[in-house]
Design a binder for this molecule. Structure first.
Ligand SMILES: [Zn+2]
Length: 188
């Protein structure tokens, strides 16, 4: 089991490596790691809730490989019952101590929520983001409010509340798609 502060340190270090990477390289996706995790199960050290955006790749951004991160991705990093159940599973059964909600710059889902009305199931996502951002028109502030909304929802889970007393931390961050930097949000 990895304590939340250590998990956060690993993510920040991995992100620094990613920013400095001169060519493609990655976390451990070796045959050995694959076989090991197949035999002994997964032991991820962090849960990452982020956007489906193809530019936002948690394993690459943090330079992590097989068995390291438990990732939940939906457009706009919104969270519903299935996502909350996944978070609960990761912290209660897999021992994750760190839960990170990572929004990103230039999020299309946030932009869509700031924009005109949409159709189809996309409305389900924009409706959720609109609830979080109210009348806010600044994309960056809206992104932060949307992250905060997802964090608040996670913290309403009884299992999460209980596990917070056992050292679980829920943090927010923004991935900057131009620089590759993950900014940890101190105040939300
Ligand atoms: Zn996005």
């Amino acid at each position: 089991m990895v304590e939340a502060d250590i998990a956060l340190k690993w993510l920040i270090e991995g992100n620094n490596d990613y920013i400095d990477a001169e060519k493609n390289h990655h976390g451990d996706i070796s045959l050995e790691k694959r076989i090991h995790t197949h035999r002994h199960g997964q032991n991820p050290f962090a849960v990452i809730i982020t956007c489906s955006d193809s530019r936002v790749i948690p394993e690459s951004i943090f330079m992590k490989g097989i068995g390291d991160l438990f990732v939940i991705r939906l457009a706009g990093n919104v969270i519903g019952d299935y996502g909350l159940g996944s978070v609960e599973y990761a912290i209660e059964h897999l021992g994750c101590k760190l839960v990170m909600v990572m929004g990103h710059s230039g999020c299309g889902a946030v932009a869509a929520a700031l924009d005109k009305d949409h159709s189809g199931y996309i409305v389900e996502i924009t409706k959720e983001i609109k609830k979080a951002i109210g009348n806010e028109m600044s994309p960056i502030i809206a992104t932060k409010l949307n992250i905060k909304n997802t964090i608040n929802k996670i913290k309403q889970s009884e299992i999460v509340k209980h596990e917070i007393m056992n050292g679980v931390k829920v943090v927010g961050s923004i991935y900057h798609t131009h620089s590759g930097h993950v900014e940890i949000l101190k105040k939300l």
